[in-house]
Ligand binder design. Structure first.
Ligand SMILES: [Zn+2]
Length: 334
């Protein structure tokens, strides 16, 4: 039977068309989830599942930065987390546990540490990791914290205290950090460099990191674009600073801020030609697995495992924006 379409709008035409084909109309939520699934492909399954199909609220989105964050005050069994350090690019080193990543960006004038980890990982992963790789922790000049949650910032105070490193953090996340008690795991860093919504470029020697304010996961979340070198070839890496949206609730402005942030860092990454995507959780960028592949001989035509291409970098941020849009609709945020 020919369907009757009374209302003339793009939405009603879609509904009429799908009804005529005997299909259930696709809801806007499903449409965004579908777009995210397509963008994720097989590359970003965990990002897609955690953001688009949350079964239970997960930490990381709750309240001001520093609260609602993953907390691990006691050192867990080393067998469950320890990973050796790896040189990933000519100038970038991975110092992560199997779950969380910390990175060392080597410049001509010292080291920039990008994210730390829980306090119990600072010694075995960052300090011993640098020594194992032939780098000197005393060369750490900056520690850039993507956001003030314990799984990424508890090492900042120790690196500041021991090596005089300057800690860089989004201005709102400094606010949350400085209200922590002195007994907080890892201690409390003293305020150094606060990055506002305009972002900034941090230069050390021959290396510049473009710091982009990407509020959402926390109010002061920072993401980055910086150069890496593969056997002398310079490429640009995009670093996603905060991922989960699990506790945004019906705060529509916060959803919108997060979505806008993904588009913002996506554009900065595109303008820079970023072909490497990095995160602070291995489940999102595969860092732990990929880092161990670096030493494997490359087959003819096979690229460095972290080089995914400019199109795939853009797909990562599409997954984040589309999943957040679907989730905002699902919870009825205005
Ligand atoms: Zn977090």
């Amino acid at each position: 039977m020919k369907p009757t379409c009374l209302a003339i709008s793009s939405l009603s035409l879609v509904l009429c068309a799908t009804a005529a084909l005997g299909q259930a109309p696709v809801s806007p939520i499903d449409s965004h989830i579908g777009a995210a699934r397509t963008a994720a492909g097989l590359d970003y399954r965990a990002t897609f599942v955690n953001l688009c199909l949350p079964s239970t609220p997960r930490g990381g989105g709750a309240g001001p930065a520093g609260r609602g964050a993953p907390v691990a005050p006691q050192t867990p069994d080393r067998a469950t987390w320890y990973a050796p350090p790896f040189k990933v690019f000519d100038n970038l080193y991975w110092l992560g546990t199997r779950q969380h990543s910390s990175w060392a960006l080597q410049s001509s004038a010292g080291i920039i540490i990008i994210d730390t980890n829980f306090a119990w990982a600072t010694g075995p992963e960052i300090i011993e990791g640098l020594n194992t790789l032939g780098l000197n922790p005393r060369d750490i000049k900056y520690v850039i914290i993507s956001h003030a949650h314990g799984d990424h910032d508890q090492g900042a105070a120790e690196l500041q205290r021991r090596y005089g490193a300057q800690v860089v953090m989004g201005a709102p996340d400094w606010g949350a950090t400085l209200t922590r008690p002195a007994t907080a795991p890892g201690g409390v860093p003293k305020r150094d460099i606060a990055v506002g919504p305009e972002g900034r470029t941090l230069t050390l020697g021959d290396t510049s990191v473009e710091i982009v304010a990407t509020p959402g996961h926390t109010p002061g979340t920072l993401s980055y674009v910086f150069p890496v070198k593969d056997r002398g070839r310079t490429l640009m890496a995009a670093y996603s600073g905060g991922t989960l949206t699990g506790a945004f609730g019906t705060d529509g402005a916060r959803w919108d801020e997060y979505i806008a942030s993904q588009r913002k860092i996506g554009k900065v990454a595109a303008d820079a030609g970023a072909s490497v995507i990095l995160s602070n959780h291995s489940e999102y960028d595969g860092a732990y697995t990929k880092a161990r592949l670096i030493a494997a001989p490359r087959q003819p035509g096979e690229d460095h495992p972290f080089i995914v291409g400019t199109e795939a970098v853009q797909r990562y941020f599409t997954v984040m924006a589309e999943c957040a849009t679907a989730s905002k609709l699902r919870v009825g945020a205005q």
